[in-house]
Design a protein around this ligand. Structure first.
Ligand SMILES: [Zn+2]
Length: 242
């Protein structure tokens, strides 16, 4: 591409690869998205949450850490669902073995239930409570990711109203109106939130899903910064090797 010698080609990803809007940030597969009730849009290949953005917009990049966070929460939740199903299977097993045994010995049946039924019930209970907790976190983080994307699109002037948003991201009109409002609200509390932090004293915030979304976003952004720093170091090391 250039004759300036070896080094990092800033534009290699734009010339050598398909459009960023087609490459999945989770699985790196080149596939489109499909509608999903919980995540609005998911990758056709891996099922990871995605937010379609217009070509050339940097809104996708800034929301990436948030989407990755949602994806990891989604995978954790799937594991917890598996655990609760495993527990249910254990309960059924304990009953299937324990019931016929109880005809001969109630004590033996009680021992079987205590040995297998107890842990199985525990697994089911734990799995289910984790699924509920993770679902709540997913919903907050997903809201944060969309708010961030919409805010970015508003900042860059791509989106000025709900109709623009509908066109830019392919969401339905109702969803576009909701997401646009959410992002607008975040603009407002976002500045209020920052103001409180500057004063220094930690102000207890009321329980509000919008605050939860902001907190989730802040945590993920911190992590993303750390990861970016690490990636930079790696890139620098690679540059030296080449
Ligand atoms: Zn994917």
């Amino acid at each position: 591409m250039n004759s300036a010698g070896p080094g990092f080609d800033l534009y290699a990803h734009q010339t050598a690869q398909p459009g960023a809007d087609m490459v999945c940030p989770h699985c790196r597969g080149v596939a489109g998205v499909e509608p999903n009730a919980e995540f609005i849009f998911i990758c056709k290949l891996c099922g990871g949450p995605r937010i379609p953005t217009p070509r050339g917009s940097n809104a996708a990049d800034s929301s990436l850490p948030l989407l990755r966070n949602v994806d990891s929460l989604r995978k954790k939740r799937a594991a917890m669902k598996g655990l609760s199903y495993f527990g249910i299977a254990g309960l059924v097993m304990a009953a299937v073995i324990g019931l016929p045994v109880s005809i001969f010995s109630v004590t033996a049946a009680a021992v079987i239930l205590a040995m297998f039924g107890g842990p199985a019930a525990g697994m089911t209970f734990y799995g289910r409570s984790q699924v509920a907790k993770l679902s709540q976190q997913i919903s907050g983080s997903m809201d944060a990711a969309w708010s961030n994307t919409v805010s970015e699109l508003m900042r860059s002037g791509t989106v000025k109203n709900a109709t623009d948003l509908q066109r830019a991201t392919n969401v339905d009109p109702q969803r576009a109106a909701h997401l646009f409002n959410l992002a607008t609200v975040e603009f407002d509390i976002g500045s209020a939130h920052t103001g409180m932090r500057i004063e220094g004293a930690p102000v207890p915030l009321p329980e509000d899903p919008r605050f939860a979304a902001l907190e989730a976003r802040a945590a993920v952004e911190q992590q993303a910064e750390a990861e970016a720093a690490e990636a930079e170091t790696n890139a620098a090391t690679r540059g030296r090797v080449q």
